[in-house]
Design a binder for this molecule. Sequence first.
Ligand code: FMN
Length: 210
Amino acid sequence: MKTLLENLNWRYATKRFDENKKINKKDLSDLKEAIRLSASSYGLQPYKFIVVEDQTVKEKLRAAAYNQPQLTEASQVIILASYTEVKEEYIQNFMKDVAETRGLKVSDLEGYANMIKGASMTLPKDQQAVWTAKQAYIALGFLLTAAATLKIDSCPMEGFNAEEFDEILGLKEKGLTTAVIAPVGYRSEEDATQNQKKVRKSNEDLFINI
Ligand SMILES: Cc1cc2nc3c(=O)[nH]c(=O)nc-3n(C[C@H](O)[C@H](O)[C@H](O)COP(=O)(O)O)c2cc1C
């Protein structure tokens, strides 16, 4: 636990990355695996993660992110994109996955499928999008923690134009939209933010113990 807390103190929302430092294949693969292992409501995973390494695409994304330098300086930009609505097809595909993984029949899971459909598909469309985006944010938490464990720097970001991102990445036609993003790489020595003390509420202010 000491190490985890040390790593969480080490991490900070990196403003300037060293563009010459790239994440190696093994660390990137471990980071992706940690994101894949994220928890999600019912286990539905109503999202996709796009890992952008292509510099030309990164330049376009930067322009759609108020010119924030992380977009082009980071080794990769991870886009956490969520489905804009919950379709029956996604739930059916998930049921197939559960059945295959656990050696069950899809028909055994009918009650489970109906419960998920009842809870998600009955929501108004805009609320479905909020719900799927929340799931993507949980994955963001896994990403930030795993990156810190690997001593990879990251910056959670909401400062971008989602419509422009979706256009650049061709997400709309896939039924996806950009929920949140995280450039990952290695901090530049010149990033002054790394020297700033963390500002967090005190335990007394933050926790209500009942
Ligand atoms: C959802 C979310 C969106 C954020 N958006 C941006 C952003 O667009 N640009 C940026 O530089 N930092 C962004 N941040 C970083 C926060 O400002 C930062 O996490 C916060 O100040 C706490 O500092 P720390 O993460 O360095 O401990 C965002 C953080 C979160 C969680």
